[in-house]
Write a protein that binds this ligand. Sequence first.
Ligand code: BTN
Length: 259
Amino acid sequence: MEYPKASQVVSGLEFLAETGSTNQDLASLAKKTDLPEFFTLVTDFQSAGRGRLDRAWEAPPASSVMASVYLKPRFENQSGIGWISLLVAQAIKKTIGDLGVSANIKWPNDVLISGSKVSGVLAEVSQDLSSVVVGFGINVSQEEKDLPVQTATSLLLAGASSLDRDSILASTLSNLKAAYAELSEAGGDAQACGLRQKLLDSSATIGQLVEVLFKDQDSVRGRAVDIDDTGRLVVKTQTKTLVVSAGDILHLRAHEQDD
Ligand code: BTN
């Protein structure tokens, strides 16, 4: 499927009928070419879609929006880069809201509808920190049997008013451009441009009892109380307060104990 509406929103958009991973492709392309900011790669099918924490991202052909966007942040405040995946999640949340469905954000990169994941974001920063490839997948027309896990959902299942992938991508890119311009104008200060407050207001995580699972298999339980000025999650356990920049977050039920 071509994406005529989305092509109008950004300075360059390339459609691939199928590929391994648009994040991988865009990172390789950026090494060879001087890409304009917001250059976008979009595909109908990925055979090696990547998720956070070395997970796979899977979707049947033509069932979802899968795209990667090239950014070259020049923020005075380096911590601005830490907000990019949250900024994209917020752009997707707005797009879904405009389709008549309320969504919120599970820190740091999942968009949820009634607690089920409809979208995920993967921001990958280049080695020299000069650019970011940010990819996102939005489940659009999957039936329950098409979803990879029971905790996922799609816009179809949520009753969204449109399932037109081109319009959904166009809206997301347009929301992303507006929010990114605000963050850039504020020099990367997410507090000053209002992004931090928007995320606190739309967070599915803040106020929740959570379990943080670290890469080394270690884990800690506590209550998520804040997102700090660099985009990290602040978790209060019974004995300490810690800031989490990476790790998997499980939302716990009320009866599950804090550490
Ligand atoms: C996650 O939920 O862990 C993030 C998923 C990100 C998936 C998207 S689909 C388009 C882009 N290309 C990839 O290989 N991954 C991202």
